[in-house]
Design a protein around this ligand. Structure first.
Ligand SMILES: [Zn+2]
Length: 266
């Protein structure tokens, strides 16, 4: 993952995902928006008590990098589950109810989600030309939301997991994610080698959950071979990201966008 400073807003991108006329993606940072603390400054979510007018101004800045706005991207109402929806441009400007993964193979369709410690999951099928964007915190990881996305891309588009180019975005890392029950029990039930996902990390006796590695293992278990890891912890880097844990819940949400460009749009 690297910084792209060629736009008005600082963006993060994955080297593995091509950036060309047909495919574009970004993880926005929290920088470059208009919201004051604790939402400073590029808060993209109205689910936190920021002023809506500021959130919409921030969205114009962020999505505007790609010539879009709130009404020309597909949103998801995230619920920390494992449900995935296939979407089209008919879903532009709407919130897909109660899903944590959205997939599309329609040119011109742009997918967005917001985060503050949960994991952005990017799936790209360069053969079938389809994409998926996901959101997986500990609940999504133990319920295998990444695997559910891979399976649905197989069913809907004929995607072979071995063809997928995938990326695990900035999320809270094992350095900062001390956990107790019910997380420990759920991780032990969900993963064969759970102990390696719950390192003590020298911060006392309590385990820390390795969320990005858990999501990587979910992708591997689904048959994915190409996985780029961001290597960025949202709680370590509150200069770049909103972190629910590090900022004790009083924070905003940074965004991700993933789109297939179509003729005459974007
Ligand atoms: Zn950290």
């Amino acid at each position: 993952m690297f910084f792209d400073t060629s736009n008005e807003l600082p963006l993060l991108r994955f080297a593995s995902l091509p950036q060309n006329g047909r495919l574009q993606h970004a993880v926005f940072t929290r920088q470059g928006g208009v919201s004051p603390a604790p939402f400073a400054s590029l808060n993209l979510s109205v689910s936190v008590p920021d002023e809506k007018a500021r959130v919409y101004a921030n969205r114009r800045r962020a999505y505007g990098v790609y010539g879009r706005d709130t009404g020309s991207v597909v949103h998801a109402h995230l619920v920390h589950g494992r449900d995935v929806a296939r979407v089209t441009q008919a879903n532009n400007g709407t919130w897909i109810p109660e899903v944590d993964g959205i997939i599309t193979n329609e040119l011109g369709c742009a997918l967005t989600m917001n985060y503050a410690d949960c994991t952005p999951i990017f799936l790209y099928d360069p053969i079938r030309h389809a994409i998926g964007l996901g959101h997986a915190g500990w609940q999504g990881a133990v319920q295998d939301l990444p695997g559910a996305m891979v399976a649905m891309m197989g069913r809907e588009f004929g995607s072979d997991p071995a063809d997928l180019v995938t990326a695990v975005g900035p999320c809270i890392g094992p350095c900062c994610y001390e956990v107790g029950e019910p997380v420990i029990g759920a991780v032990q039930s969900a993963f064969a080698d759970a102990a390696t996902l719950l390192p003590a990390n020298g911060h006392g006796d309590r385990p820390h959950f390795d969320l990005p590695e858990a999501n990587r293992r979910n992708l591997l278990r689904a048959g994915v071979r190409y996985i780029e890891m961001s290597g960025l912890c949202t709680a370590c880097r509150t200069d770049l990201f909103f972190s629910h844990r590090a900022e004790k819940g009083r924070t905003g949400r940074f965004g991700a966008i993933f789109m297939l460009q179509g003729n005459g749009f974007g």
